[in-house]
Design a binder for this molecule. Structure first.
Ligand code: AOF
Ligand code: ZN
Length: 337
């Protein structure tokens, strides 16, 4: 029971650094002596000390460490990366017992931290339900286990299932579907992702700014899935605050481009990680989004549902509600959001 309590504290600590550690995971650690917390720490940002180091450093009386248990939300590392291995540090301080929330999927660690501790006589207990600890680092786990960015889809639809009127030019105004609360929530969501992805068609029709206006944070990098048949050029692509990354068959001078067939999502998606894009929010439109659904490349979706009807227009995508692999989200009614 108390293992669970102290590991929960590790999750709380890890969360203090949310948004600051990428591509590193969020990690928290707690040192417990005779049922009392005597040290705590978390990983603040990439390149800085790991959670275990911070927790050990915070202990006022290090002579208590050999009689203490160290709780870590993630397996202590075993490699020399930007920082030295935490498993070695724990052994050096004579720690006898370590409890971990989940194993580290990074192939440089992947069980080696646990093995190192055990080889040096440390009792390592793994928590029975690693899901919460893996979910804390859903992007990090997806990157290593699936070798591609973490993908979330977001759209707003009318009650009768349309995302917009049928429009052929930017002169026709888009249907207004979601309200101000949904906009705030969307911008909060954007701040959690490295990249924000739209089709060239959406760029031409909507000219979205793809930045953060209703929420503080770091804006994601725009990613445009190009189609040579649409007239997108340096003018349209320069309208963003951040230089976009473009997936296109035909390279566009002056811009970072991934040369690929835009329809072949599974092929170009992993290449986004070469540009530091480890998580992507796919905002539109439905043709592009359904290519992710068809290729089974959706980890999470956020659907905003208005109480209004449109009658006809561009249909929203449909997600199989029985899919257990995908995290859904609450639905927002226009009258409140
Ligand atoms: C831990 N505790 O707090 C974190 C860990 O380059 P480095 O040295 O920062 O190593 C980064 C890798 O270490 C990262 O990919 C992940 O496998 C692990 N992160 N490990 O023991 C921590 N942040
Ligand atoms: Zn470490």
């Amino acid at each position: 029971m108390s293992d669970r309590k102290f590991l929960t504290r590790c999750l709380q600590l890890a969360n203090y650094a949310r948004g600051n550690t990428t591509p590193n995971p969020l990690v928290g650690a707690v040192v417990v002596h005779n049922g009392r917390i005597i040290g705590e720490g978390y990983h603040h940002r990439i390149g800085e000390p790991h959670a275990e180091v911070m927790a050990i450093r915070s202990v006022k009386d290090p002579s208590l460490l050999p009689e203490s248990t160290v709780y870590c939300s993630l397996e202590p590392c075993s490699h020399f990366g930007k920082t030295p291995p935490c498993s070695h540090l724990l052994v050096e301080h004579g720690v006898q017992r370590v409890v971990i929330g989940c194993l580290d999927p990074n192939p440089l660690v992947a069980g080696r931290g646990k093995a190192y501790l055990e080889q040096h006589g440390v009792i390592v207990d793994t928590y029975g339900a690693p899901e919460a600890f893996e979910a804390l680092n859903k992007v990090f786990f997806t990157n290593f286990l699936k070798k591609r960015p973490y993908i979330a889809l977001k759209w707003a639809r009318s009650r009768d299932g349309y995302v917009d009127h049928i429009r052929e030019s930017a002169e026709m105004p888009a249907a207004s579907i979601s309200g101000p609360l949904a906009a705030i929530n969307t911008h909060r969501l954007r701040a959690e992702y490295d990249g924000i992805l739209i089709s060239a068609k959406t760029l031409v029709l909507d000219r979205p700014r793809l930045n953060l206006r209703y929420f503080e944070g770091i804006a994601p990098r725009p990613i445009i899935i190009g189609s040579s048949s649409l007239k997108i050029g340096p003018k349209e692509l320069s309208a963003f605050e951040l230089s976009p990354l473009i997936v296109t068959k035909v390279l566009i001078p002056g811009f970072d481009c991934i040369q690929a067939d835009p329809r072949d999502v599974a092929n170009w998606l992993p290449k986004l990680m070469d540009y530091g894009v480890n998580s992507v929010l796919v905002e539109g439109g439905p043709t592009l989004q359904s290519s992710f659904v068809r290729a089974n490349l959706v980890d999470e979706y956020h659907e905003y549902v208005s109480s209004d009807t449109i009658g006809h227009g561009v249909p929203a995508i449909e997600i199989n509600p029985n899919s257990t692999l995908i995290l859904g989200s609450g639905q927002y009614n226009k009258s409140i959001g």
